[in-house]
Design a protein around this ligand. Structure first.
Ligand SMILES: [Zn+2]
Length: 240
């Protein structure tokens, strides 16, 4: 049921001007042998809304991860927000306030939807969250302009796990992501309990991509700003 999401970024990007689309990040540098595992925390109607076994695996194996939290999810998961914040190799971004279809909203409501979760994280938890991922991967030129005006980075993905799809097995998901592993991958999963095999797939990727193939797991910000293992920009400057 989520397979159609493969098409969404390409579909919307066709409607955008080149300058707007250039601000939409789908992957990191191709020269960087690193991948970013990202986990959306979309609101859920039923269930705990939190994949505790997945989080335990990420922490136990010390896998850096980026979480995109919706405001409505945060409202019901204060303890979990604080738990995620306490892990030094985790990064927190936002995923809209109520998980709305942004292109269907007027400018004012889009701004409210984008800024709401950012302001809630700052006001309640003191967290600065400069990364934004639109619900459903849907956006238009207004979305891109608002995200920029709010000082946020617009983060999509170049690999979708499809983890909430009940028709996909662990082997299908992990096999495809492993076979398609490339430098700079940003992979989207869910950490709200909707992924039936998410924890198992992460364990497979840890073994087959991170350990066996040598891809470093990093947060999105690390992937974009500092390729691990490479000299930083400052270190490359002569005389410094
Ligand atoms: Zn979502």
């Amino acid at each position: 049921m989520y397979r159609w999401l493969f098409l969404v970024p390409a579909l919307w990007c066709g409607l955008l001007g080149a300058s707007a689309d250039a601000q939409v990040v789908r992957s990191g540098p191709s020269a960087c042998k690193a991948i970013a595992l990202t986990f959306d925390l979309c609101p859920v109607r039923n269930g705990s809304g939190y994949d505790d076994p997945l989080l335990k695996t990420l922490i136990e194996k010390q896998i850096p991860a980026t979480f995109f939290m919706s405001g409505r999810w945060m409202d019901r998961h204060e303890t979990e927000v604080r738990a995620l914040r306490s892990v030094p190799f985790f990064e927190i971004g936002t995923h809209g306030q109520v998980h709305a279809h942004l292109p269907q909203l007027d400018d004012a409501h889009q701004r409210e939807e984008i800024a709401g979760a950012v302001q809630a994280l700052k006001a309640t938890y003191g967290i600065d969250a400069p990364l934004f991922r639109p619900p459903y991967g849907e956006y238009n030129e207004t979305t891109v302009a608002l995200v920029r005006a709010l000082g946020l980075r617009f983060i999509l993905w170049d690999r979708i796990s499809g983890d909430p799809d009940p028709k996909l097995s662990r082997e299908q998901i992990a096999g495809r992501l492993t076979a398609q592993a490339r430098n700079g991958n940003i992979i989207v999963f869910h950490a709200n309990g909707k992924g039936l095999h998410t924890k198992d797939v992460v364990e497979d990727l840890y073994r087959d991509v991170i350990v066996a193939k040598g891809f470093r797991p990093v947060t999105v910000t690390q992937l974009l700003d500092q390729c691990p293992g490479e000299p930083t920009h400052a270190q490359r400057q002569p005389g410094r």
